[in-house]
Design a protein around this ligand. Structure first.
Ligand code: ADP
Ligand code: MG
Length: 388
């Protein structure tokens, strides 16, 4: 962490003169451990914040100007809080969108200047976008002394991404980055946002995230189609289950009994969602019993279901998971995120991590010609000010 902070301080001096009176802020990336494509079905998810993060060194201003230099994009973005409008294809839309939505809540914002730097890979499905939203929201909240709890902050950042940036994301990413805690996964009910932090005994195992480096080109259209298929499933099942509002309300037994109402594709989608919700509940129980082996088994079931029933995996993700499961010390492995590329997450015995990286990388390169990237992670705190 120290070298990162030093570089930020040097950059801050270069951009803004001195670095007096600056404060340091940090927002992590996140990984979803289990509960995939359940969020928009009002179901359960179990994400964790990771120790990859965006750091921002910032200082309040007396006027309404916001000036942010991104070291990653080597680009200074500047705007006035009085004149906000989106700029095509700019990372500046994330901080600007957050400002717009906060001001829409009648919150009075102060300007600031900041330098940021991140080691959350962009576009890999670890939510670099929600990290940049939350770090900026937190800076505004601190400097402008806003009365804003973390749940509200997450909701407003989601609104910024939905309405200002124009990405129809769910609440999971912003929620975990706002409320995550070290060595705890967050069990979130996407229907009413009730949540519970679940301790993960992780001294002996590591979360290893592996990036396929596959561009997620299909993700958008396929995602919308899956949402529609789930909606269709609910409408058809309502004939026999009039009280259901979403797939969240359907039990595995209900679905087994009434599956003949559904055409084949819709039936497969529904089975994935209903069983995946059930797996999240079981995964939480496994963590509470400290049974990482059972947790790993549920991860594998989740992957198989995403591959065969929900059909959102891809050959590269399947290859990484298959190879991972053939290695020593691997308790579980699955694709994470919306699919069609992005990353897998594996639960690996600490002693087996080095071999995992070597063998998994070799096998992947041989078959795909692509070099995967590995992020060996610990579960970390959500957005915060870092006091030196
Ligand atoms: P992800 O899966 O990483 O969230 P998204 O496409 O949702 O991918 O968001 C990536 C976008 O977030 C980038 O194109 C950029 O606009 C913004 N972003 C992410 N990290 C940074 C950063 N360090 N500095 C500036 N903008 C960033
Ligand atoms: Mg994103």
């Amino acid at each position: 962490m120290e070298p990162r902070i030093q570089k930020l301080q040097e950059e801050f001096k270069k951009q803004f003169g001195s670095d007096q009176d600056t404060q340091l802020f940090q927002a992590p990336g996140r990984v979803n451990l289990i509960g995939e494509h359940t969020d928009y079905n009002e179901g359960f998810v179990l994400p964790a914040a990771i120790d990859r993060s965006i750091l921002a060194l910032a200082r309040p201003r007396k006027d309404k100007q916001v000036r942010i230099y991104s070291r990653d994009f080597q680009n200074l973005f500047e705007f006035s809080l009085d004149k906000i409008k989106p700029v095509k294809d700019s990372w500046g839309n994330y901080p600007m969108g957050v400002a717009e939505i906060l001001q829409g809540e009648k919150l009075k914002l102060k300007g600031f200047e900041a330098v940021s730097e991140s080691n959350v890979p962009v576009g890999a499905g670890l939510s670099s976008s929600a990290a940049i939203e939350l770090v900026n929201a937190f800076i505004f909240a601190t400097f402008s002394k806003l009365k804003l709890d973390r749940v509200k902050m997450a909701l407003l950042c989601q609104k910024a991404e939905n309405e200002f940036v124009g990405v129809k994301c769910g609440i999971m990413d912003q929620f975990i980055i706002a409320l995550g805690e070290k060595d705890r996964a967050l069990f979130l009910d996407c229907r009413d946002l009730s949540y519970r932090l679940i301790p993960v005994q992780s001294e002996k195992v590591k979360l290893v995230i592996t990036n396929t480096k596959v561009k997620r080109s299909l993700a958008g259209s396929e995602y919308n189609q899956r949402r529609e298929e789930c909606g269709e499933g609910v409408n058809l099942l309502k004939k026999k289950l009039p009280k259901i509002k979403s797939l969240r309300d359907v039990t595995p037994e209900d679905l087994a009994e009434h599956q003949e109402l559904l055409p084949e594709t819709v039936r497969k989608r529904c089975f994935h969602v209903v069983m995946e919700n059930d797996r999240v509940v079981k995964a939480v129980e496994a963590l509470e019993k400290n049974s990482l082996r059972e947790f790993g088994r549920l991860m594998i079931e989740s992957h198989n279901s995403l591959r065969d029933l929900y059909q959102v995996s891809c050959p590269e993700l399947d290859l990484l998971v298959k190879n991972a499961l053939s290695l020593k010390g691997v308790l579980g492995s699955r694709m994470t995120g919306a699919g069609f590329g992005g990353c897998t997450v594996s639960l690996v015995d600490e002693k087996a991590v080095d071999e995992f990286r070597i063998k998994s990388s070799r096998g992947y390169q041989k078959e795909t010609g692509k070099v995967p990237e590995f992020y060996v992670c610990r579960i970390s705190d959500g957005v915060r000010e870092v006091k030196s």
